[in-house]
Design a protein around this ligand. Structure first.
Ligand code: SAM
Ligand code: SF4
Length: 346
């Protein structure tokens, strides 16, 4: 039954929605709680990444207030990200507060994207706060290659984190960025491991966000091609599973697990976009792949009332562009947008 219809004689409250100029309802918010990270993945940021001064970053209370404003305006799903969200001091207090909104029906879902380094410590708390599923980024199951891609990451520690999350009852989806010449010998192994460990897998095309050493053209791998290759060895059955995110899913018959493809480059998915992102400084990006942004920190700090803040959010949604213009090729190997993924949040 839809909002507004009658169940028996009781009217169901109409849930407010933000509708963008292309008729898309904005119901999904990704919030970056920090730009900092304890890893330096080669495709995400340069080795010498400079992080923001702390004074520019929203307090956890401000972040919560911001999230509450979005919930009032119709957001139903919230993902915390970064940088690495679990390195933000006291982030669990924010997670508990937002988890209560799942409990009282304000949100359908609260979730998290993490690199897993701190997961063993936090898994129980996340589950207790009302989280049901999380995404963990692992681009290689080879410890040396993992350390190279992340510039120093410790794979066993991340795998312990995944095990702790499963033990705490969290569903885990692995995010793996497909990197030509780096991890392209590993897709079969990753699919098999996810099958054994009871995890879904999501493959992601590398996107041209922010300067990195060496550019991205040599590392870009089209998932359309990779899927054709996987189909020669795995039975990929169509699946109508949707998570509210950008992935398209198949079911891997041999493992029974889902496999998702996020293909911003080879198959633009903007027509169904329901998402906006807020950085840890309170900047709202209506589109991951465009520079247009709205400052929400000033209205947030200008007044204790949320009227100005909500007006600023509505204004920005009214400007949400139709889609991104990502390009990666050897003739044009610079970033399409200047900020790194760790700033906007994945
Ligand atoms: N630190 C956390 C993590 O790694 O999961 C959360 C933030 S990270 C920016 C979120 C996701 O974005 C990760 O799965 C990461 O692999 C992905 N990512 C980062 N830079 C990317 C890029 N340029 N293109 C595609 N995916 C990227
Ligand atoms: Fe950190 Fe995540 Fe970026 Fe890797 S992808 S450097 S873990 S923010």
């Amino acid at each position: 039954m839809k909002a507004g219809e009658l169940r028996g004689r009781l009217p169901i409250p109409i849930i407010p929605t933000m509708i963008d100029p292309f008729g898309r309802a904005i119901t999904y918010l990704r919030v970056s709680v920090t730009d900092r990270c304890d890893l330096r993945c080669v495709y995400c940021m340069p080795e010498t990444m400079r992080f923001l001064p702390k004074r520019d970053v929203l307090s956890l209370e401000e972040t919560q207030r911001l999230c509450e404003a979005f919930i009032r305006l119709g957001v139903r799903k919230l993902r915390l990200t970064g940088g690495e969200p679990l390195v933000r001091r006291d982030v669990i207090t924010l997670i508990r507060a937002l988890g209560r909104r799942v409990g009282d029906g304000g949100l359908d879902e609260l979730t998290l994207t993490t690199n897993g380094t701190q997961l063993a410590r936090f898994a129980g708390d996340l589950a207790a706060a009302g989280m049901r599923r999380i995404n963990v980024s692992i681009d290689s199951l080879d410890p040396d290659r993992f350390a190279t891609i992340t510039r120093g990451g410790d794979l066993p520690r991340v795998l312990d984190g995944v095990a702790a999350a499963r033990a705490a009852g969290l569903a885990v989806k692995i995010n793996m960025v497909a990197l030509s010449g780096v991890n392209d010998g590993e897709y079969d192994r990753m699919l098999a491991w996810c099958g054994e460990a009871g995890l879904d897998l999501c493959l992601i095309e590398t996107m041209p966000l922010g300067e990195i050493e060496g550019g991205r053209a040599g590392r870009y791998l089209s998932l359309a091609e990779l899927r054709r290759d996987l189909e020669t060895r795995w039975t990929l059955a169509p699946s109508d599973h949707v998570t509210g995110g950008p992935a398209r899913y198949v079911r891997v018959a041999e493992t029974g697990r889902r496999l998702g493809f996020i293909t911003p480059m080879s198959h633009n998915f903007c027509e169904g976009c329901n998402r906006v992102r807020v950085t840890c400084t309170g900047t709202l990006y209506p589109c991951l792949g465009q520079e247009d942004a709205a400052d929400l920190r000033a209205p947030l700090r200008a007044s204790e009332s949320d009227e100005v803040l909500e007006a600023a959010i509505r204004d920005a949604i009214a400007r949400k562009p139709k889609g991104h213009d990502f390009v990666i090729d050897r003739a044009d190997d610079g970033p399409s947008v200047s900020r790194h993924m760790s700033v906007t949040g994945g």
